[in-house]
Ligand binder design. Structure first.
Ligand code: UD1
Length: 332
């Protein structure tokens, strides 16, 4: 297949590109590099040998989308481009709604215009309602509690309405739990600007001596060691989930899948796993809870296993080892 990946230079998009290319598909990357490096496509090509086509463009400029979809003979789109920082979305919600929602609608318009109605969409476990309980199933109650999460929830609704109005669309929504780690080569990985908001990139920077200590956001949750529990999944497993979803997305209609392992790991366990995998010490201090955090979030991954044949392969140790390989390469 010839697959357009929006946000193809970003964390999820770049690893998905590697996985697609390794499976013999052709990839066209569409990215405005607002939160990614222009060196990423070249690194993807180094890992896979290509062939890779890149297009610098913006979802908010419909002519950019029109051009790439018209000229590239695309069979399907994986839509990863989007803003994803919760705190930033609280400060500037309009920027989030504009980029994530207007961007999606522009993309769908351009796809319809050129008769491409095959889409895999990046969503998040953050859409689940805080009153729900782990393990979350795809039919668990939805209701995000911050503007970023609401852009994902609203995007899902836009897609559901579109499929209902025009049954020739094939749409698969993937709800990610906590993707971490990097490609085993260490050539690509998560590269947040400034101080990372997510746990593992923060841990890696503390291990590298760039930050003094991990702040553990609360150790008084009702969990075995008191710290928050999440479902960490290796980014290459998540990337493979996209390829499997794409292969199953030939029939019209809409499908929704959790991409997680179904296994919960606490903050303290993750720090300990990182130390053990990489033979290093990661200092930490316990601070107050982060507003909006839930105690326990992990997936029921049954549906993706049954319908997509999706089973995560990488261990927590590998997630930590590969994140560290990437961190060392970043440092040079
Ligand atoms: C966060 C976002 C979520 C987003 C996801 C991926 C919030 C409330 N949720 O999920 O919407 O989809 O990232 O980008 O921001 N922790 C620490 N110290 C840190 C960082 C995190 O103790 O410096 C803890 C958190 O309290 C949590 C766990 O580590 O228990 C994981 O946090 P994080 O990596 O930010 O992911 P989520 O909060 O699950």
């Amino acid at each position: 297949m010839r697959v357009l990946i929006t946000g193809g230079a970003g964390y999820i998009g770049s690893h998905t590109a590697v996985e697609l290319l390794s499976e013999g598909h052709e990839v066209i990357i569409f990215d405005n590099y607002s939160n990614s490096s222009t060196t990423v496509p070249e690194r993807i090509a180094r890992i896979t040998g290509g062939p890779l086509t890149c297009f610098r463009g913006d979802l908010l400029r419909p002519s950019d989308l029109d051009l790439v979809i018209r000229d590239q003979g695309i069979d399907a789109v994986i839509h990863c481009a989007g803003f994803k920082a919760v705190a930033e979305s609280v400060e500037d919600p309009l920027m989030y709604y504009r980029n994530n929602l207007t961007g999606l609608i522009n993309l769908l318009d351009a796809m319809a215009e050129h008769d491409v109605r095959n889409l895999v969409f990046s969503s998040s476990a953050t859409v689940y309602h805080a009153s729900g309980e782990s393990p979350y199933q795809e039919d668990s109650l939805v209701g995000a509690n911050n503007p970023y999460g609401r852009t994902k929830e609203m995007s899902e609704r836009v897609l559901a309405d579109l499929v209902a109005s025009d049954p020739t669309w094939a749409v698969t929504i993937l709800r990610y739990f906590n993707p971490i780690g990097a490609h085993p080569s260490g050539l690509i990985g998560d590269d947040p600007e400034g101080i990372p908001a997510n746990l593992l990139p923060y841990v890696a920077r503390v291990a590298a001596g760039e930050l003094p200590a991990v702040q553990i956001y609360g150790d008084d949750y009702d969990t075995p060691d008191g710290t928050g529990i999440r479902d960490y999944i290796h980014i290459m497993d998540l990337a493979r989930g996209h390829v499997l979803a794409l292969l199953e997305n030939r029939e019209p209609g809409m499908r929704v899948y959790n991409l997680g392992t179904g296994r919960g790991t606490s903050v303290k366990e993750l720090i300990a796993a990182f130390e053990a995998a990489n033979g290093c010490v990661v200092p930490s201090v316990v601070t107050a809870r982060r507003p909006g955090d839930l105690p326990v979030v992990y997936a029921d991954p049954t549906l993706a296993r049954q319908e997509l044949g999706f089973t995560p392969r990488y261990s927590l140790e590998e997630m930590c080892a590969h994140a560290w390989a990437w961190q060392r390469l970043r440092q040079g």
